[in-house]
Design a binder for this molecule. Structure first.
Ligand code: HEM
Length: 423
């Protein structure tokens, strides 16, 4: 799920096709009538989308170049779309001039695959994410968090402020995914460079699209290499247990989906989540006093921040009715996860309320494309936040949170840097 890059590319390619060659290489070139639901007001969704949710939770955004685009903003309505296994496709290959077979097309993993390929490939992946297997990663995750804490201390020796993005938020999920996939140590530096290029939003549209190829090619080659020398992680395990049911191409695609699905999302949660906690001293102190308070705190942060701004685009295969609203065949339906997650009909809305915290929010999606890595992400966040707070009780944001440099119009919401002082 390269939500930022792949969907950017999808939107671009589809629009180029429709526009007879107008090249929209960047999301910021997409017209406002299409992109305004991605605008945020600091940590919160923008007011306009909250108004739309309260008035018309299934809302036609626009008809652009003959394509109807809908946005769904209510909790119940979002679940209705996301659990529907028959009315929609998320397979973008037909829109990109590809055949739609599992071996053809530059798909970003499971998110852009329909049943029956989706069912078959997801069944290979889910055993790698059972609590039993994830528990094996726990000591390694704590060691990664501890190492990054040492890096923060080291960085503070050279400067009064430390940026938590390159020292904490990005490397923790990156290294966890390297362990999960079973990438050899000597290859991690190369991979890290490719990963950084891929997620460098400042690199602009084409730079990012070029970098997709790099990290994806790397994982395809790694899948092929591990075929004869299976490693200790997910890639090697799938080869050992199901090697004859999956091609190198599919396995590389699955690994790439895990990588892109897990890295930017978790990094954004660590960066934005820390900023929220540092401005809510009561929560910060609670984490210091009792690390188990991370359980409800993390789920409320996931709900409030909803870093994945829209679900994978659902293309209506037929005319469909959602919550009484008729949507035509061929339309694109987007679910705004931040808006649905703050729907006051289903949650504490815009208030963070630990007494109502639950794991049933939509930050990980819902239904058959729901995030495979949800429990791994929770595990990471539940370990990283209390460790950081306990180690640096006096940590403070170096600038007020309103002055942080938030990403404009990104599909995974985030912040460029989180400068802090340690005391
Ligand atoms: C806080 C971190 C994360 C968030 C907020 C998040 C969010 C999401 C969401 C919203 C979806 C579903 C989108 C839709 O239905 O349209 C999704 C799917 C997915 N996520 Fe995550 N994710 C996170 C971490 C991870 C991690 C750590 C991994 C793997 C290591 C991962 C792997 C995937 C995969 C493979 C899918 C596609 C599932 C499918 O299509 O069947 N994610 N994620």
């Amino acid at each position: 799920m390269s939500l930022v890059s792949t969907v950017k590319k999808v939107v671009r390619d589809r629009l180029i096709a429709r526009a007879g060659g107008i090249d929209l290489t960047r999301l910021d070139k997409v017209p406002d009538s299409l992109s305004w639901p991605l605008q945020r007001d600091g940590m919160a969704p923008n007011q306009r989308i909250a108004d739309v949710r309260d008035r018309e939770p299934v809302h036609k955004l626009t008809t652009f170049l003959g394509l109807e685009v809908w946005v769904v903003t209510g909790d119940a309505e979002a679940r209705e779309v996301l659990r529907d296994t028959t009315s929609y496709s998320t397979d973008i290959r037909p829109y990109m001039g590809k055949s739609g077979s599992a071996t053809d097309g530059d798909i970003g993993g499971l998110g852009f695959t329909d049943p029956p390929d989706h069912t078959r490939l997801r069944a290979l992946l889910t055993p790698e994410f059972t609590m039993r297997r994830l528990e094996r990663l726990r000591p390694g995750i704590q060691a990664i968090v501890d190492r990054q804490i040492d890096e923060i201390v080291e960085a503070a020796q050279h400067s009064d402020t430390v940026d938590l993005v390159p020292t904490f938020a990005f490397p923790i999920p990156f290294l966890v995914i390297c362990d999960l996939l079973g990438l050899p140590d000597e290859k991690r530096e190369t991979f890290s460079k490719l990963a950084t290029a891929r997620f460098d939003v400042t690199g602009g549209g084409m730079g990012t699209v070029g970098a997709i190829g790099g990290s994806r090619e790397f994982l395809l080659a790694e899948a092929a290499r591990q075929r004869t020398d299976p490693g200790p992680g997910l890639i090697g395990q799938i080869i050992r247990e199901h090697g004859d049911e999956i091609s190198d191409w599919e396995l590389g695609g699955l690994a790439d989906g895990v990588f892109t699905g897990g890295l930017e999302t978790s990094a954004s949660m660590l960066a934005l989540g820390t900023a929220v906690l540092l401005e809510n001293r009561e929560l910060w102190n609670r984490l210091i006093a009792d690390s188990t308070s991370a359980v409800p705190i993390v789920d409320e942060l996931l709900r409030m921040l909803s870093v994945v701004q829209v679900s994978f685009p659902r293309f209506a295969k037929d005319d469909v009715v959602v919550a009484g609203q008729a949507i035509s065949k061929g339309a694109v339906v987007l679910v705004s996860l931040p808006a649905a997650n703050r729907d006051p009909r289903a949650s504490a809305g815009d208030e963070m309320d630990l007494t109502r915290a639950s794991g049933s929010h939509l930050a990980f999606g819902y239904g058959f494309h729901r995030c495979v890595g949800a429990e791994l992400a929770r595990m990471e966040l539940r370990m990283a936040f209390p460790t950081l707070a306990a180690r640096f009780p006096e940590m403070a944001l170096a600038v007020p949170s309103e002055e942080l440099e938030y990403r404009a119009l990104s599909l995974v919401y985030g912040v460029e840097s989180v400068p802090v002082t340690l005391r």
